[in-house]
Design a protein around this ligand. Sequence first.
Ligand SMILES: [Zn+2]
Length: 328
Amino acid sequence: MDISSILQGGYQHPLSRSWQAQRQLTKEMLMYPIFITDDPDASDIIASLPNQRRWGINKLQGFLDPLIRKGLRSVILFGVPLKCVKDERGTPADDTEGPVISAIRLLRDLYPSLYIACDVCLCEYTSHGHCGVLRTDGTIEPEPSVARIAEVALNYAKAGAHCVAPSDMMDGRIKAIKRALIDGGYGNRCTLMSYSAKFASGLYGPFRDAAGSAPSFGDRKCYQLPPAAKGLACRAIQRDVGEGADIIMVKPALPYLDIISHASRLAPDHPLACYQVSGEFAMVHAGANAGVYELRTMAFETVESMIRAGATLILTYFTPEFLDWLEV
Ligand SMILES: [Zn+2]
């Protein structure tokens, strides 16, 4: 056999196989999405999202203590208000007694080393379930939408969030949030992570069950990106870099690895996040339950594909499992 034919000599040992990756998954790369609800004692199973729960503020310590001991470094909080009065502009989003702001304060107190990001959107808090403020004809009105979203982001920063992450996909919101953070004195105290390329995906179903955030009419296709829109995703990424995003995100991850790869070239000097969303997570579980593959093998394979594509930060519901799996 020719010398040039032989590759296997280079990866015949487990250690030399690990050297074939340009980057390895580490605990620092994992951000765990957590649902916080307004019943302080809640520990509610979410049927469509395996092993995940809606947590009340009084249950957070019992839930997180073991994960912190295993090396959990960061979380992203999603508010799930079940009792509040929703209105047109999402007033309860930054209620100082609401679940998100209460959770930020508590977690800052309990875990000084835990990095706390907050999803910023209005849909969980608006009466119509859309991510912005609407005109009477039901279309998004951009200016009041971004003004309100920036206000919420600043209030999360004031409560102690290390990072605010707008998922609303309104035009101009990154600039508005960055301005609000700077003017409010948080420009150098809070990171802005943009859901830059967020696609109108079929993979958000379990999340909507978890967060109760399905729109009451219509859909989100006028602000989330069409799945085939690579050019639009590139423009959104470049725009958000220009508007002051500190971290860029692609969401969902697995069907959009090409976008992640493209984003890593478009924004090579920014951390690049991707969100392994609820439906992707449920899909990996469903396949494992059906005997198609082993859960751990496929969890690693999906996340490693994201890292290979260029992601440096991964939001995943598999975080608790990875904290165990990366131990050995
Ligand atoms: Zn939303």
